[in-house]
Ligand binder design. Structure first.
Ligand SMILES: C[S@@+](CC[C@H](N)C(=O)[O-])C[C@H]1O[C@@H](n2cnc3c(N)ncnc32)[C@H](O)[C@@H]1O
Length: 287
């Protein structure tokens, strides 16, 4: 038996509300996806009958949403910085907060001069690709330890025509010797391994490697900050996203490793989320 659009939406919303605070939106996105139409199509057509196959597919997706599977994985895409990226369970679902990191990075990258940027832990490639699209003269390198992430990131780079050098690497370890950058950016995993937050919402469906670096949650940030001076020119910048309660620790780490002019910006919820710092002294680099 098939259903009408309005009934199907209410059916989906009522079920999805068990796992999502945006159940109505989720139901609309899934139904529009099954109809292969924009979301606006379903407004004003509550009585239109769905085909049997569309209704079946919609029910399956609603069921998967309840597992929970993030909407981005079900649709196979997610918007970031007004661009559409492929999204798969290989990588973290892009977060709107990370647009702040991109904004901060763009402030540091000249529009009409060359610049070398490295994105550590690129995941689906959103940061690296957005920076390359916004600043085409920049040479962008992007690393991830997970080869499946790099497959997705490369596909996203091709999709957007962004020329990026992807390198499979454990943070800096596999970067070519002598390689230095004007700017290093990273949204690393930063949730402590036993944090109850990891069991909430859609997080259980996302890669553990993308969420938690170890017991303290600071392990990746420590690696990234403590070795940054080996890969930055003097006066270069490091920008990292971190947990809302890690601002002071990250600032201490930055100070301890030769950084100054430390600035932290808050996210859309007013939480300290992204820190930027300048390498004020670099004894390791002749650049
Ligand atoms: C929080 S996700 C961020 C992904 C993407 N940059 C974004 O903002 O959506 C962290 C990324 O770091 C990668 N990662 C974890 N450990 C790593 C390591 N030791 N070296 C390099 N990348 C690592 C994960 O695979 C994941 O893609």
């Amino acid at each position: 038996m098939s259903e009408q659009i309005g009934t199907a939406l209410r059916w989906g919303r009522d079920r999805i509300s068990a796992c999502s605070e945006t159940a109505r939106l989720d139901a609309e996105l899934l139904l529009a996806f099954c109809l292969d139409k924009p979301r606006s199509y379903i407004y004003g057509r509550p009585e239109q009958e769905l085909s049997e196959s569309c209704w079946q597919k919609y029910q399956e997706l609603v069921q998967k949403r309840l597992e929970p599977t993030p909407i981005a994985y079900l649709l196979g895409r997610r918007e970031f910085y007004s661009m559409e990226f492929a999204a798969t369970p290989a990588a973290l679902v892009p977060r709107p907060e990370t647009e702040l990191l991109v904004e901060l990075a763009l402030e540091q990258i000249p529009i009409e001069a060359t610049c070398r940027v490295c994105d550590l832990g690129t995941g689906s490639g959103i940061i690296a690709i957005t920076l390359k699209k916004q600043r085409p003269l920049t040479s962008v390198y992007a690393t991830d330890v997970d080869p499946d992430c790099l497959v997705l990131a490369r596909a996203n780079a091709v999709r957007h025509g962004a020329e990026i050098e992807f390198i499979e690497s454990d943070w800096y370890q596999q970067l070519p010797r002598g390689m230095v950058f004007d700017l290093i950016v990273s949204n690393p995993p930063y949730i402590a391994a036993n944090h109850p937050f990891l069991a909430q919402g859609d997080l259980p469906a996302e890669p553990e490697l993308a969420l938690t670096p170890g017991t303290t949650g600071l392990e990746a940030l420590e690696q990234i900050v403590s070795h940054a001076r080996d890969y930055l020119v003097s006066g270069g910048y490091l920008i990292v996203e971190h947990g809302y309660d890690q601002q002071a620790t990250v600032a201490d780490l930055l100070k301890a490793h030769g950084f100054g002019e430390i600035r932290c910006v808050t996210d859309y919820n007013g939480l300290p989320r992204t820190s930027l710092a300048k390498l004020v002294e670099n004894l390791n680099s002749g650049a």
